[in-house]
Design a protein around this ligand. Sequence first.
Ligand SMILES: C[S@@+](CC[C@H](N)C(=O)[O-])C[C@H]1O[C@@H](n2cnc3c(N)ncnc32)[C@H](O)[C@@H]1O
Length: 313
Amino acid sequence: MPYKYTGQMQEAITQELEQQYNPEQITERRKKAGHTTIPQKRIYQFVYQNKSNGEKMNKKLVDELKSFEVLWKGGYFGGDPLNPMAKSDYGQLGFMSVLYATYLRCIKPYINNNTVSLEIGPGRGAWTKALLPSKEVYALDALPEEHNQFFKYLGYPKNVKYFQVKDFKCEMLQDSYFDYTFSFGCLCHVSFEGITEYAVNIYPKLKQCGNCFWMVADYNKFNSASLNLNSLSVWNALPRRYQLPLKWLLFLLYRDERKKPPLKADENDPGPGRWYHAGIDKTCSMLEKVGYKVIDADVGTNFRDPIIHFIKP
Ligand SMILES: C[S@@+](CC[C@H](N)C(=O)[O-])C[C@H]1O[C@@H](n2cnc3c(N)ncnc32)[C@H](O)[C@@H]1O
């Protein structure tokens, strides 16, 4: 319904302003605060000046709302927020990196200068950098620090401790000490037994309500992303006239990739750097058996790999 600036409304606004700038109340408030009384004339000057400014402002705001009457017949629609690949009126600014979205969803809201954080498998420290606002960061990696050039990349921060792990016992970590754990791109290289060991041994190290975000490998999610490459690919965001030639180019470039069979969830054939299928459901049920509460089985910021959000209840 069109919004009308009626006389009734004007009256209501005036009444509200009079209440807001009631001279007696102002005198009373000033007395209570220990100020000397201001002459009534000055108060009235103040009240009426503000009242007329207020009226002007309210008229301006009402007109502002009225100005929309001519716009967007049928309802404004800028794009579908439930479709991760939706084109929107943001055009070429309408997409963001999976890594950055993961940072926004899984790290930024949980980290501040009181947080004690733990990262499993930091590598060079790309994600550790995002954890630096923490009070302390503990990083556990299978490789030595010098190999990863971890501190060099981070600029030698004083609040970070690095440990090369030889087992999954986590004995270097204090009990009930950590508020937050994060792992990305590491547990997909760890067997399900290894992930379970970490889940069991890290549990007592966490404070109550400690948040954990762990990425694991799920071959079903991986295979489904590979099969749906056409709809999930960033190239679809390009204007139509560039899409066709590019699709042909990509088809030729990735011809061999497409011929690869889907990943099979077998646990045999261990090899350095290989991926291990953990699976969303299997990992969540393992976490719950250990005593954690799963908050989100997959936060969904990554088309290919699940990131599980769970807490120590
Ligand atoms: C592919 S890198 C990912 C590094 C980093 N998280 C990133 O996303 O940039 C995997 C890292 O996990 C480490 N890693 C492998 N198995 C591990 C384990 N059981 N415990 C801790 N770190 C491990 C590797 O040494 C390596 O640094």
